[in-house]
Design a protein around this ligand. Structure first.
Ligand code: TYD
Length: 210
């Protein structure tokens, strides 16, 4: 049976992850590669229920509770959707995954990387993607895009301070620099098709080497 692949998309708010995932899914369909598109927090019934709790503006979760809830949602997602799809030879395209917890709760939230990785070991057996695409965009342009999308109604985490989001971006960059084998940094400016071309180059390079 063909080997399932696990590709995650990461980055700050408004960098165009969902557009790029949709374009990659279309290309995989054209190539006859079976795949599933999913997201975090979410992807399974249980994890979507946790998503509602995590992102609703009426809860005031601390960073530790937040990290535990994201890890719990991920555990359910890995066990019920990601692993079974990969075992069936499908490719999994996921909008955010572990590295979001490392950047948002671990770095910007101050929990530290080792605790987030430990939660991931307990919750999800430490499953890592084959490839992580980090989309990077000028912060002002990303903020404009996110504002246009959210129309002033950002979720609880999207609405945190600009200093928090600057920390998130710096953490993503540090994670990518520390693990160039798994990460590819993709510049997210230009047209969606231009960015798709860069994403596809990274995916094809992964398929050749792994
Ligand atoms: P989402 O609407 O998916 O945001 P975006 O469109 O920006 O990807 O909301 C997910 C939010 O949850 C986003 O602000 C990032 C945050 N998040 C974490 O803080 N930790 C995590 O582990 C994950 C998966 C997401």
């Amino acid at each position: 049976m063909a080997l399932g692949r696990f590709i995650t998309f990461e980055g700050g708010e408004g960098v165009g992850k969902s557009t790029q995932i949709a374009l990659l899914a279309k290309t995989l369909s054209e190539r006859g590669i079976e795949h599933v598109v999913t997201r975090e927090p979410g992807g399974t019934a249980g994890a979507e229920a946790l998503r509602a709790l995590l992102l609703a503006p009426n809860h005031d979760w601390g960073d530790r509770a937040e990290a535990l809830l994201f890890a719990a949602a991920r555990s359910d997602h890995v066990e019920k959707l990601i692993r079974p799809a990969m075992d069936a030879g499908k490719w999994v395209l996921c909008d955010r995954y572990l590295d979001s917890s490392r950047a948002y709760q671990g770095g910007a939230g101050g929990l530290g990387d080792s605790d987030i990785l430990e939660l991931h070991r307990i919750g999800s057996d430490g499953l890592l993607p084959d490839l992580t695409i980090l989309l990077e965009l000028d912060p002002q342009e990303a903020a404009n895009r996110a504002d246009a999308r959210d129309a002033g109604a950002a979720d609880r985490i999207g609405a945190k301070t600009s200093a928090y989001h600057a920390d998130v971006r710096a953490c993503f960059r540090a994670l990518a620099d520390a693990d160039p084998r798994r990460f590819t940094i993709v510049l997210a400016d230009g047209s969606a098709e231009d960015v798709h071309g860069r994403v596809l180059a990274a995916v094809d390079a992964m398929a050749e080497t792994r």
